[in-house]
Design a protein around this ligand. Sequence first.
Ligand SMILES: [Fe+2]
Length: 145
Amino acid sequence: MEENIKKLNEFLSDLEVMAIKLQNYHWNIQGKEFFVLHEKLEEYYEEIREQLDEIAEHILAKGYEPFGSMKDFLENAQIQEAPNEKITSSEIYQHVIQDFKTLQQKVMQIKQEAEKQSDYETSSIMDDYLCNYAKKLWMLNASVK
Ligand SMILES: [Fe+2]
């Protein structure tokens, strides 16, 4: 179980950094696609915030402690923060696609680890995340053709 909780806390850290990063892009986007992407990014970070809460409460329900400080999140996240500077929509697409791929891979690892440990609750929760990220990647990739 411990290894799985560690992975869930790392995922939680990535979600926290991702939420801040998407909000950063929501504020700093410049260019022709402003109206579309500004709104889409808000939708994304609101959804990521809900996921964060679900994962933290899942860790609590299993009797463990979720991370709760920015220090812990930053130390354990694989996703990197974005600098606070203006950015174009094409750069945003590139970064966001990469970051959703990172989240997708992390979720796959959590599911595989959970199955090994017969932690079927965690495994089944991860199914929704896999579908969610796959759909996002399909749409984002279609947007940059
Ligand atoms: Fe806003």
